[in-house]
Design a protein around this ligand. Sequence first.
Ligand code: AHR
Length: 483
Amino acid sequence: TGPCDIYASGGTPCVAAHSTTRALYSSYGGALYQVTRGSDGAKTDIKPLSAGGVANAAAQDSFCSSTTCVISIIYDQSGQGNHLTQAPPGGAASGPEANGYDYLASAIGAPVTLNSQKAYGVFIPPKTGYRNNSPRGNGYWRCARGLDVTNYNDGCCFDYGNAEPSNLDTGNGHMEAIFFGDRTAHGYGAGSGPWILADLENGLYTSGGDDGYGRNPNNPSINYRFVTAVLKGNSGNQWTIRGGNSVSGTLSTYYSGVRPTPNYNPMSKEGAIVLGIGGDNSNAGRGTFYEGVMTTGYPSDTTENAVQANIVAAKYAPSALQSGPEITVGSTVSFRATTLPCCTTKYITHVGANVQLQVASSSSTVSLRRSASWIVHVGLGNSGCLSFESVDSPGSFIRHSSNKLLVNVNDGSKLFAQEATFCSHEALSSAGTNTLRSWSFPARYWRHYRGTLYVASNGGPNAFDTKMTFNDDVSFVVASGFQ
Ligand code: AHR
């Protein structure tokens, strides 16, 4: 049985069912998502291993081998055709891609296992989002989803749910989407977050009436690795937030009552679907999505409790973020470039805060050799990846900022930790050993371009994202440091 079979038997069938990890109906064997690869722009659909089963991650790995891949479509399994595709520009923000579209998510940013079978979620950094502005299947939609609490922020707005087909903020009550993060601009919960909140447009809420912008002490900070979040609103003045641990236990109700004032009742949902962005394409949020649905009607708590049991039985677990040759924590390493003919004697070094290639060897000056040597640490932002401290500047690490690699003092902030964490994979070119990607922007890889190091995407909007020599420029030979 899948979650949408349970909703159907509860009389509130799914009208949108999105997941890159598994089929949400026991009979569903069709496409879950589409990936597009960087090398040649080819696309392929990833299906479950069998009807009702877990996604065929091996098919993705083989299609994307020696190149990069992004998730270009998240298909609707409900039969309504409510697929999610690259989000267009909106009233609040344009994205960085052509015609103001947002980025698409990397296909490898959120590896997990379900009952020990590998699958990939959708790791969504800022400026990344999906949308459907031609919704089919009416209803008072409600949504549930799996979340990854290692990836969140206080930006607006990592949402999944109901929004405006115009990409514009059309006023209070014109959205009903789950938000996840630690934003405190509007209503918020107990502790320091992150929280499951409701984006009802022009505000994130966790209570109603005149108190909508207040703190709701019954809405807890969430520290589960995988989270089930439920938001439902009826045709009257009633809405509910529920949440729980996707790996064990049951759902709790964090709010159930009237809508906020003013003008949230009657609600005016318009039916578009957003993922990773706000209703007006506010695209500063970050989060991870595994599965989510919207249903007709107002599902009963009993139905939702059965769905939660189904999610628990799916046994979500984290999976290795890295692959290929290991870069050992505690060792001191160097990174030699491999691009011909320019760069095969050049190493990643820093000159002040700037990270750039310089020719180096064992006979270089001591200061150059130290500048080209890096101490490997457990990732500051995620222990499944790595951080690199400069040998000649203790306490300073390689981090990305505005897509450039810099060597900066670790200021202890969450943002620095995220920006200083990189995951290693087998090199995309056989001339190298390793390729490193940003943990916090998984579609971006360490890449030298005209001698300067960037986090670059394969064919993105910046000059340093060019596809030309991408595989060579992101492939390094990792060896012992020069010390
Ligand atoms: O409600 C919060 C945000 O406000 C919405 O997502 C967006 O449309 C508006 O800017």
